[in-house]
Design a protein around this ligand. Structure first.
Ligand code: AMP
Ligand code: MG
Length: 622
């Protein structure tokens, strides 16, 4: 169809490729588009989450080159291929090819239909559709070797593989659209037969992301929407307010600085006395000294100046300060200034240039760090109103857990989650209520939750929320409140319970975190921490930096992955990051080695060494 790519042809209100992707997406973990021209248009048609990539080898070498590119990229164990111009591909293509691949222990499964050859007297024959195939990603070296011989035919390569052929009845499903007339014919059909909605995934071939899993951003949004800041506040002496959240705006009662003053040690003078154009220098008479805290009260006349110290009030009539290193003093009584040494108005700090009287010096929601304490002190304010500390109760669940000091019985582990949670909550400025270990027992769990409701604003539990965990966790959490159990599209930390629980007059927000030690920390940082900050009324956006990864990182699109990283500066001071090694969700030592979390976002796929990635640094100046 001329010079325009077929995949980009308009079709039923979208493009052909968009229709192909609509059919394909529910069947697979992630999609990627191989195109060698018009890449931005393909990206637009495929959507921001799709990967669009040209052949790795140049020269438009045909479908096998595209397959090679797909295999090199493929983040999953299996690769499903379909052409961009076949919008009717079967909704069960992946499912059926996968079943045959497994059953026949094949390398590759390919679609086949029975066609009738009009020219051969209507004889039926088997038609293979090599571009509709499911193959193992591990075949890449074999394909590379085959292509290195110069061969480019798909069927030729298939001969060296174990191929499972899968017969499909619907021959139309594999039709591609080749001519404008065909396109127009299908366009016309639209009025009577709209494209069927793609059916949801019926099977789960290896490597597919879970279609039921909730994206991280969606979970964060749902939590953010429900949480509101607590009301109670208290008035504290300034020093006691360190790390607390300001509950009211601080209005400046004065100008800071309160008066115009000198930014340098030197000579305060009238700008009008500075040497004009063509005048080499002027000499001014020094009539006195202005010290910080001891103003000079006379008003100098024309041709006069005042020796002045940094921070001293600028005498009336003066508007500029000549730094002493630019002055040539002639004894104590006069000073010579060269043409162009300073501009009129130089080195003068204006009254109110830091803070204006009546203006908002600090907005509510600010966390009181050392700078804020200093600023409030500079206004002469000795007490501030802050939000009451959040009371956060936490406990660990699991029969296998032992507390420090207990004997570590066979098959048991020491409870580490209560220590990481203690640390994270304390750092956040919460009042922590450590409720110990709760056995895997419905009565004990219910009692613990009820008690926590009456003592705390929020409850954090660890363990017992995964699918394998005892069902009573769900039953009890739901019975005493309104709790959602989510399966999140993230790693580590898939399960999460969130909601509100009630007992008598008390209620609290519940965060049921997974049990694995790293999953606890990551889900705390990603979900509980922002929610607790919101409850505290704090304005504390998380700093996200970009750093260059020094190594390739494998990643599957369709879920957010948090990896432990070590952020450092390269030889020229730019941020670089490497992973700490083993990333299992139980490996807490990797968390202790790390100084940041590398975030690989939902739509992102594997990254190559040298790519930029987002990182969340653990520490910063405060
Ligand atoms: P669960 O989510 O309860 O199935 O626990 C998942 C894994 O995390 C299991 O291996 C638990 O032993 C472990 N785990 C759960 N809670 C803790 C804890 N408080 N400290 C250390 N490991 C834990
Ligand atoms: Mg457990």
């Amino acid at each position: 169809m001329g010079r325009v790519d077929k995949g980009l042809q308009p079709f039923r209100g979208a493009t052909l490729v968009a229709h192909v992707l609509q059919r394909l997406s529910p069947q697979v973990a992630s999609v990627a588009v191989n195109a060698n021209r018009n890449l931005p248009q393909y990206q637009a048609a495929a959507g921001a989450t799709a990967v669009v990539m040209p052949d790795r080898i140049g020269g438009f070498e045909g479908p096998l080159a595209g397959l090679q590119t797909g295999l090199q990229y493929c983040p999953t164990e299996l690769l499903l291929t379909a052409p961009c111009d076949s919008p009717f591909l079967p909704a069960d293509l992946a499912e059926r090819l996968y079943a045959a691949l497994q059953a026949e222990d094949a390398d590759l499964a390919v679609a086949v239909t029975m066609e009738v050859d009009e020219h051969q007297g209507g004889e039926p024959y088997r038609q293979m559709h090599p571009v509709f195939s499911l193959l193992k990603a591990s075949l890449l070296p074999q394909l590379d070797a085959y292509m290195a011989t110069g061969a480019r035919r798909m069927e030729g390569w298939f001969k060296s593989l174990r191929v499972a052929e899968v017969m499909f009845d619907d021959t139309d499903a594999f039709r591609n659209i080749n001519t404008l007339e065909e396109l127009q014919r299908h366009e016309r059909v639209q009025a009577t037969a709209p494209l069927a909605a793609a059916s949801p995934a019926a099977t789960t071939p290896a490597g597919r992301a879970d279609p039921d899993a909730l994206p991280v951003a969606e979970a964060q949004r749902l939590i953010h929407e429900r949480i509101v800041p607590i009301d109670s506040t208290e008035k504290l002496a300034l020093r006691s307010a360190l790390d607390r959240v300001l509950a009211e705006d601080i209005i400046s009662p004065i100008n800071v600085p309160a008066y115009d003053n000198s930014a340098m040690d030197g000579y305060a003078l009238r700008g009008a006395d500075l040497p004009g154009e063509g005048v080499a220098n002027v000499t001014l008479k020094v009539i006195g000294i202005a010290y910080a805290g001891r103003p000079f009260t006379q008003t100098p006349s024309a041709g006069e100046c005042v020796r002045i110290m940094t921070g001293a009030s600028i005498p009336t009539g003066c508007d500029s300060v000549l730094p002493q290193e630019l002055a040539t003093a002639i004894g104590e009584s006069s000073v010579t200034i060269a043409y162009g040494a300073i501009r009129s108005g130089a080195n003068r700090r204006f009254a109110g240039e830091d803070l204006k009287a009546g203006g908002v010096a600090l907005a509510r929601g600010k966390i009181m760090r050392p700078a804020e304490l200093g600023l409030v002190a500079s206004l002469g304010i000795a007490e501030v109103t802050v939000r009451s500390r959040l009371r956060v109760a936490f406990f660990s669940t699991g029969d296998e857990l032992r507390s420090l000091g207990d004997c570590l019985d066979d098959g048991c582990v020491y409870d580490s989650n209560r220590y990481t949670l203690f640390g994270m909550l304390t750092r956040l400025g919460c009042e922590v209520i450590d409720m110990g270990i709760v056995r895997d027992d419905p009565v004990a769990l219910e009692a613990a939750l009820r008690e926590a409701c009456n003592n705390a604003d929020a409850i954090i539990t660890s363990g017992g929320v995964s699918e394998g965990a005892a069902d009573y966790t769900r039953d009890i959490m739901s019975a005493i409140g309104n709790v959602a159990f989510w399966k999140l599209a993230m790693r580590p930390g898939r399960p999460l319970a969130f909601g509100q629980v009630r007992s008598g007059a008390g209620s609290a927000w519940l965060f049921g975190l997974p049990g694995n030690p790293v999953a606890v920390m990551v889900s705390f940082y990603m979900f509980a921490r922002p929610a607790l900050l919101r409850m505290m009324g704090a304005e504390a956006p998380q700093l996200v930096l970009q750093a260059r990864t020094t190594e390739a990182i494998r990643k599957r699109p369709g879920r957010t992955e948090y990896q432990r990283g070590i952020l450092s500066a390269n030889a020229v001071g730019q941020a670089q990051v490497r992973l700490t090694g083993a990333q299992g969700s139980g490996i807490l030592s990797s968390m202790t080695e790390a100084n940041c979390i590398v975030v690989l976002h939902d739509a992102q796929s594997s990254v190559a060494a040298g790519d930029m990635v987002d990182v969340l640094p653990f520490d910063g100046l405060a």
